[in-house]
Design a protein around this ligand. Structure first.
Ligand code: TPP
Ligand code: MG
Length: 618
């Protein structure tokens, strides 16, 4: 066997460079780049090899490990899992800064390869800088903290282990059912050790994503159930995007007359004006979609993990309506005793449509869904109208203004706070796969870091438009250094910062559940004085173009300037902390069973009432 003597780190980098994939018929690297923050745990070996291979794989220097790993998550989402970014950290705090981002990747079933330094296997120099020490478990390091937040975890204790570990990690990340983040810990000494690497291990390899077809019996049973349905509904989830199945789903819905509601991850499966589109479903959804789901007699759930914001904590679907779970992962397909159809979404829809032929339910159901969709549109038109109101502009008005100015090739990014619900309702998808509100983990800070990663991913695609990032003041303050990253690397975003004086959506939850406003809005935080943040000055200090606007008309003009900007452009606007888009479903949270506040007791009994509509296990 032909071999070449390389260090572990060098062999890893050469292996990553050799992995190729096919995107829209074109050859492309499977690992298009590496986000890196170096320290003593990775600079001398992995950093050395990355420097040697700078022309083969691009390394991007980050500002914060969590931020760069979140950028990697958004990158994978924008590429619909067809490319995977690597992120590398030093040992200790650099590594643990990754943990939150790994969980975001895990919840959203997105691939990211995390390579963190680890302490010496020899233990000779212990304790080393940043080693926390586990007196009773000497082989434990902080990297064990990743075990709960990744789909693949390994620590390379002998160089030869990479020969099996790297292909196993790649296999998992390309598997449509298993996909998630992979973590590999690289001890300082093992990274530097040389071994005889089989040349075949480093040979260029072209990967394609296998898209398994579902089991015939499952398809037949699902066809039977759909044929019996008088009022079917499709719940389109993020898996539709990962399967590149938007066109298949659109054709299926039209051919079989099935209305479509979308989850947060599934938003932009259909364009907003599609005849079968009803609207967003669930807690952050609209009344129209929730009504259609309540009356549906069969639910065709495609590529969704059915999280509580989709199901209204399991109150949105009628108690007797069976669910057909079309999903790549059996775990998701089986949920709530669904009739599982395990397989790729596009493949499964093709087989279901073949079985259904030209079957359609009676047309009054799709007419009803269209009327519902129309009522939702009219509601949004009314609340998003630019007409000046007393008080500050609302989230709905801000989103309406930006959306009116958006082109079909623009992309929207958000994650946490009140904006997800507002965007899910108010942002009209003008093209498919153009929306990324990270709501599997709803990770504050994803907005700006994810925006950077999405802009980077989209810059590799044939002409694309702007990346619009929507962030609240709270998320902005939690993590903003990737504004600077985007300026440095030239991956432009247009950022809308909505400053409503704090954690408004949590204040809303607190008050709606009978509590008093406390520690969410800055004004309720027991401070002598609330000193406002000058978000525009802050962003400008990091090299962005930045401005404040006060009215919706000003915002519209600013978006035009932002489009013309040659770099990340931040528009800050003060918004109303108390005005919300309505229409969402029930959501179960823990409300105290005992309290001396009458409002809390009332909220508790409303919660108990609401729970009566839950379908438990069925
Ligand atoms: C990392 C993280 N910490 C805490 C939370 C809980 N949380 C959800 S929304 C929110 C407030 C967000 O504030 P802001 O960005 O200003 O949005 P607003 O609520 O004002 O719309 C908090 C604290 C979270 N989602 N993520
Ligand atoms: Mg806020």
């Amino acid at each position: 066997m032909e071999t070449v003597r390389l260090t572990t780190a060098e062999a890893i980098v050469r292996y990553l460079v050799a992995q190729r994939t096919v995107i829209d018929g074109h050859d492309a690297p499977l690992f298009p780049g590496v986000f890196a923050i170096f320290g003593h745990g990775n600079v001398t070996s992995l950093g050395h090899s990355l420097a040697q291979h700078r022309d083969d794989i691009r390394t991007w220097r980050g500002q914060n490990e969590q931020g760069m790993a979140l950028a990697a998550v958004a990158y994978a989402k924008a590429m619909r899992r067809r490319q995977i970014m690597v992120a590398t950290s030093s040992i200790g705090p650099g590594a643990t800064n990754f943990v939150t981002a790994a969980a975001a990747a895990m919840a959203n079933r997105l691939p990211v390869l995390l390579l963190s330094g680890d302490t010496f296997q020899s233990r000779v120099p212990d304790p080393v800088l940043q080693q926390v020490e586990h007196p009773g478990q000497p082989s434990t390091t902080v990297n064990d903290a990743f075990r709960a937040v990744v789909r693949y975890w390994d620590r390379i204790t002998r160089p030869e282990q990479i020969l099996s570990s790297l292909p196993a990690a790649v296999g998992m990340m390309l598997d449509i059912a298993e996909c998630g983040p992979a973590f590999i810990g690289l001890p300082q000494d093992v990274q530097a050790e040389a071994f005889d690497v089989p040349v075949a291990f480093l040979a260029p390899t072209v990967h394609t994503i296998a898209r398994p077809r579902p089991d015939r019996r499952q398809v037949n049973e699902a066809v039977e159930l759909l044929r019996s349905a008088e009022r079917p509904v499709i719940v389109a989830g993020g898996g539709v995007h990962y399967s590149l199945a938007e066109a298949a789903l659109s054709a299926f819905a039209e051919r079989h007359g099935v209305p479509v509601v979308e989850t947060m991850a599934g938003k932009s499966t259909l364009t907003h004006d599609h005849p079968c589109y009803v609207g967003p479903v669930g807690v952050t959804g609209c009344a129209a979609a929730n009504r259609v789901c309540a009356d549906a007699d069969v639910v065709l759930a495609v590529g969704t993990r059915l999280q509580d914001f989709t199901t209204g904590s399991w109150t949105v679907f009628g108690a007797g309506a069976p669910i057909i779970g079309v999903n790549a992962a059996r775990f998701d397909a089986d949920k709530h005793r669904s009739l599982p159809v395990v397989g790729d979404a596009a493949e499964a829809l093709a087989e279901l449509t073949a079985g259904l032929g030209d079957h359609r339910p009676a047309s009054d159901w799709s007419q009803r869904a269209r009327r519902e969709a129309q009522s939702y549109r009219e509601y949004i038109d009314a609340i998003a109208a630019p007409t000046p109101r007393e008080g500050l502009p609302t989230y709905a008005q801000v989103i309406g203004a930006v959306n009116r100015a958006a082109n079909p090739d623009d992309y929207a990014v958000s994650a946490a706070g009140g904006l997800p619900g507002e965007l899910n309702n108010g942002w009209r998808s003008k093209a498919t796969a153009t929306f990324d509100c990270e709501y599997g983990y709803s990770c504050m800070g994803y907005e700006l870091s994810g925006g950077w990663g999405a802009a980077m991913a989209r810059s590799s695609l044939a002409p694309t438009g702007e990346t619009f990032v929507f962030t609240g003041d709270g998320s902005y303050l939690m993590m903003n250094s990737d504004l600077y990253s985007s300026v440095l690397t030239g991956h432009k975003m247009i950022v809308i910062v909505c400053d409503n004086g704090g954690f408004a959506v949590i204040d809303r939850l607190q008050v709606n559940q009978g509590g008093e406003s406390y520690m969410n809005l800055l004004a309720d935080s027991g401070l002598k004085e609330v000193i406002p943040v000058d978000f525009a000055a802050h962003a400008a200090a990091m090299g962005c173009h930045a401005e404040w606007v006060t009215t919706i008309a000003d915002l519209e003009a600013a978006v035009v300037r932002a489009r013309a900007s040659d770099r990340t452009h931040v528009i800050a606007i003060r918004t109303d902390p108390h005005e919300w888009t309505e229409g969402g479903a029930f959501w179960e949270v823990g409300v105290p069973e005992e309290s001396d506040r009458a409002a809390v007791r009332a909220a508790r009994s409303a919660m108990v009432d609401g729970k009566r509509a839950q379908r438990v296990g069925w």
